[in-house]
Design a protein around this ligand. Structure first.
Ligand SMILES: [Cu+2]
Length: 153
């Protein structure tokens, strides 16, 4: 009898594991948000995303701000401007897509919390195919080497 009970969980796992198709997933790595002074109207968060199948980052949500957007940087002459990616960001299968200072980023609009180094900011990333991913991104002051990448003012 003991043996039967011990085997039961294994049988259930085997049965549930036979899904018709493996859903696509997105691996989320190196998430962080840039520390900002008290009263800052916006902040930037960065992350590296790797999709198992062609996918798209379509939205970002946070309970810690009025809302959040997916942005990119355009350089016009010597002026760097931010632009919202209304259709989101393509995630080709197997490619590590890095959102980093100076390029694509997640824009946190009107934060409700101070973006203080050492704290975390909750983010939910929504994809076209893969299930949404929620994470707590650590807030930190960028390294000197990354500091000239782009400011959010
Ligand atoms: Cu931005």
């Amino acid at each position: 009898m003991k043996t039967l009970y011990a085997l039961l969980p294994l049988v259930l796992v085997a049965a549930c594991g036979r899904a018709p198709e493996a859903p696509s997933t997105v691996t989320v790595a190196d998430a962080w948000c840039r520390a900002a002074p008290v009263g800052a109207m916006a902040g930037g968060c960065y992350v590296t995303l790797t999709a198992s199948a062609d996918d798209r980052l379509v939205a970002v949500e946070t309970t810690a701000a009025d809302h959040a957007e997916i942005h990119t940087m355009d350089v016009t002459g010597e002026v760097m401007r931010m632009r919202q990616l209304k259709d989101g960001l393509a995630l080709p299968a197997g490619d590590a897509v890095s959102l980093a200072p100076g390029g694509e980023h997640l824009m946190i609009i009107r934060p409700k919390q101070t973006l203080a180094a050492g704290e975390t900011l909750p983010l939910t990333l929504r994809f076209q195919k893969a299930p949404p991913r929620s994470l707590a991104a650590p807030i930190r002051t960028p390294d000197a080497a990354m500091a000239h990448g782009g400011d959010h003012r």
